[in-house]
Design a protein around this ligand. Sequence first.
Ligand code: 5AD
Length: 490
Amino acid sequence: MELEIRNKKLSDDEFYKIRKEVLNTWETGKDVDLDEAIQYQKSLPEHKVFSKKLLAAKAENKTLVQPRAGVGLIENHLELLKFLQNEGGADLLPTTIDSYTRQNQYENCAEGIRREKEGMANGNYRPFLNGFPAVNHGVQGCRKLIEELDTPLQVRHGTPDARLLTEITYAGGFTSYEGGGISYNIPYAKNIPIEKTMRDWQYVDRLTGIYEEAGVSINREPYGPLTGTLVPPCISHAVAIIEALAAAEQGVKNITVGYGQLGNMMQDVAAIRTLEELTEEYLGRMGYFGVKVTTVFHQWMGGFPADEAKAFGVISWGAAIAALAKATKVIVKTPHEAAGVPTKEANAQGLRTTKQLVNMLYDQIVTGPRLETEKAIIKAETRCILDKCLELGKGDIVVGAIAAINAGIIDIPFGPASCNKGLMLPARDNTGAVRMLEIGNIPFTNDLKALHAEKLAERAKSEGRDVSFQMVVDDVYAIGKGRLVGKPVK
Ligand code: 5AD
């Protein structure tokens, strides 16, 4: 049976019926008491509340720094986060969730925890989990973190069905939550129907709305970088704005929209500026008022150089752009990115490098005609996609987004999901800005199509080769090999 879905606030009847099932899927669900959880959230001091810290930073034009981090056991995770807070100077803290939890495999988490504990007791500890299994640790386990840290905490993951995780971490005192029905499906899953993830994320957003209505503002963050591989700004902007509109419908009032660094300065600054402007524009256009919008800039999400000194170069450039674009926060990479999960020391180094740049560039801002040109391009492109979605959905953005994904109107480069068309191909132009080598079914005007063709032709000419798929491949590997544009080596 096809799941019927519209962009409409879930009724209390619908929500509480689903909620019963959700809380029954694992034993820790029974410890969630919504009224008590709301009281707990209300008791948190202001400096532990994500949404408040973001709004204060936005008011001062400051860029906050946030790492990624998560390990399996509560004590170890706490030690890691304390280190990142005290030695790394993190303004905001994450809790990166392990892969089993992301797949709702709580039995496997339990086994991982058991083995890790055994290792700790015997002095031969080895990690079995690649993040923090928050569902298994339950409400009280999460609260241990909240109580011992002086920094707001966010759940960062990649979970298509995150409903139980949301219930437990909100009751556990987390004040920010990443993800969305498109951004945690297409880059993360192969065969989960998009209707199902949109529906399950309506639940997450409705729960956030219920807390909001009770006076607890929990920050929501659609996942901006998507596949992290040459995603043109208009694609990630369209997805972020759709997820922001879907969240606002369910009652979410504090939203951070995100974008992953591509590497060309003007394009990256223009992307952050337009992301905020367009999100506010569409929220207003669709009648959602009183939603506070902030931005997150992700340092380069693609392949990294293995040489740590070179990695610091990539990290620094991302830090500089985040500050020049005045993003509200920047998510930081580490010098261990090419190798895997970083040590706490390497993680803190990435933070301190970033903090130095962000502080140094606080008083500078990028302006000028080249910036305005890039902004105009991104805005025109994003509007083409979003307005087509609204047309297909007859004014319903969720219905339209699903139709658009199926038609390749929203097309995420290298997205593994079977609903993703994969007809559009991105490649860099001669200055490193990401353009489209194949437009696929992206509904651009003829002017925009011509612009992309021109930019790619210009590059081909300068490289003395034809425009081809080889450029895409060369660009995917370029930064790891020490450059931005994948030009053939002479
Ligand atoms: N701790 C730190 N970083 C992590 N990442 C994934 N899991 C963890 C973890 N447990 C990082 C990857 C990559 C990004 C997508 O998330 O290194 O940078």
